[in-house]
Design a protein around this ligand. Structure first.
Ligand code: SAH
Length: 503
């Protein structure tokens, strides 16, 4: 009886930074039924396969690693069950990844397969460390070498004498045998003063590069407690990193920053912080909950102005129009006033232009701008879609000037179900900065953590706030605000953190 097998995709995940997977690799993940992954494949990549079953095949907490035979059997079993099996492997599947063995096994069993190459750490981590693997005049070759020892013969598994004693040498898995390898290379004629480096956790936010010479690198690595995953690099090119190092020179490199925004809203901040080198921990302290049946606000065309203060408010307004059987044309003749560039973008995405956007992103400036534009506000009708906890300053002031204000409570921000585990994980993570994008993020943060955890965080953690009102709330809660955005938006908040850290 012949067995119909699904296809197995051996996919290289790249060295760590999830952005370094190939387009093909990502497409395979998106269509996978099952993903079998191990330690070095960055977990973030699994998000590309939200519906796939995930099977971990790496070292577990009890340090049992699946034997290669067990992994092969697993591939066979899964290929029998489903159409598309992705075997996700760190770096490139064929570079010290046992991908060759797995592919041979698949071939022997007549299981169809595809190999999707990945950026191997021996190239990718070097790029992130600012080390060109070859360089005219400095290195005309690069050799990727396993640093594993042959445990039976207590010797390096590779005969170094047969390898180029020139060019760039990149050792994988060599942390333990580093002193041995270095001594052996010197014995074989490589100059002791040859520049050398070790790269730990290459391309991850916590990447670290240690520089030295062939005769000293071993001591330096011991002193700095370099531990796996790490690569050991030998050759003149490692010195170029002095000029070419970029990843570790970014303004927020090595900084741990917690983002407390609601998950759906956090990405802009998370991306901006990561791009500057920060290690970001998402710790949502608010959740946006739609108000199901907002009160009727009458014919929309009867308003003079709609004031939009958030992207959620814009979404809500359009949902309401939709339920009323209307579209953007329902806003004909109504002027739009927005606070914040993100809100403006949301309006522009609907092919609408804003009539007014105050220079400063606070209600006070908005009021000033309105008065300047309209003169008297007497009798003008305003519609304000906003959150239930938004400040009442604006409607109050508008009413005081004789305007008619209808507030449309668009959404509620609620405290998410707190997870003790996540809160403990945050404390263990020990952030340098915690960001607050509203007063409620600060208040909920304190409530979720509780006094004991807050005290544990405090000696190291500083707090960053989007504006004076949030700062005040945080300070009233006893939190030390070290950075406050000058422009009260996400880029402003990021800038404030960079400024505080470089001061
Ligand atoms: N197939 C992988 C290598 C697997 S062997 C690849 O192509 O990269 C595992 C070894 O790779 C580790 O012991 C370490 O030496 C190296 N390695 C993998 N990822 C690394 C990273 N992000 N930083 C430094 N070394 C890494």
């Amino acid at each position: 009886m012949s067995v119909a097998y699904g296809k197995v995709f051996l996919v290289g995940a790249g060295p760590g930074d999830p952005g370094l997977i190939t387009v093909r690799g990502r497409a395979c993940l998106e269509r996978a039924d099952v993903v079998i992954y191990d330690n070095l494949a960055n977990d973030a990549l699994l998000e590309y396969a939200p519906n796939a079953e995930r099977i971990f095949a790496g070292k577990s907490t009890d340090h049992h690693t699946l034997l290669q035979d067990e992994i092969n059997e697993l591939l066979l079993e899964q290929a029998r069950k489903v159409a598309r099996v992705v075997r996700l492997k760190g770096g490139d599947p064929f570079v010290f990844g046992r991908g060759g063995e797995e592919a041979l096994f698949l071939a022997e069993h007549g299981i169809p397969f595809e190999i999707v190459p990945g950026v191997t750490s021996g190239i990718g981590a070097l790029a992130y460390a600012g080390i060109p693997v070859t360089h005219r005049g400095l290195a005309g070759s690069v050799t990727l070498i396993t640093g594993h020892e042959d445990t039976q013969r207590h010797k390096p598994a590779v005969d170094l004498a047969q390898l180029a004693v020139q060019g760039t040498l990149v050792f994988y898995m060599g942390v333990k045998s580093l002193s041995h390898i270095a001594a052996e290379l010197i014995r074989l004629g490589r100059a002791p003063e040859t520049p050398a480096a070790a790269i730990e956790w290459g391309t991850f936010p916590r990447q670290r590069t240690i520089h030295g010479r062939l005769d000293t690198i071993h001591e330096l690595c011991e002193r700095e407690r370099v531990s796996p995953p790490a690569l050991f690099v030998v050759g003149a090119v490692t010195a170029l990193s002095e000029t070419l190092s970029w990843f570790e020179n970014r303004p927020l490199y090595g900084k741990r920053i917690a983002v407390t925004r609601a998950r759906g809203q956090a990405s802009e901040l998370v991306i901006a912080l990561r791009e500057l080198g920060a290690d970001v921990f998402e710790f949502p302290t608010i959740e946006i909950e739609r108000v199901e049946a907002p009160p009727d606000f009458g014919p929309i065309g009867a308003y003079h102005w709609v004031i939009l203060t958030s992207v959620n408010g814009v979404d809500m307004l359009f949902e309401r129009l939709e339920t009323l059987g209307l579209d953007a044309r329902g806003l004909a003749g109504v002027k739009l006033c927005v606070i914040g560039s993100a809100t403006r973008e949301a309006v522009q995405k609907r092919f609408l232009r804003c009539d007014l956007m105050p220079d400063k992103y606070v209600a006070e400036s908005l009021l000033e701008a309105l008065v300047e534009r309209e003169g008297a506000l007497e009798g003008k009708r305003f519609l304000l879609p906003r959150a239930d906890i938004a400040r009442s300053f604006l409607p109050k002031e508008l009413r005081a000037r004789g305007a008619e204000v209808t507030e449309l409570i668009a959404y509620r921000t609620v405290k998410p179900q707190s997870s003790e585990q996540l809160a403990d994980a945050l404390v263990a993570y020990a952030p340098d900065f915690v960001t607050f994008t509203s007063s409620s993020t600060a208040r909920n943060f304190c409530e979720i953590l509780g006094p004991a955890r807050l005290a544990a965080l405090q000696p190291k953690a500083a707090f960053a706030s989007i504006g004076p009102i949030t700062t005040q709330t945080a300070q009233d809660l006893g939190l030390a605000v070290r950075a406050e955005a000058q422009e009260h938006d996400i880029p402003g908040l990021v800038q404030a953190i960079v400024r505080a850290l470089s001061a």
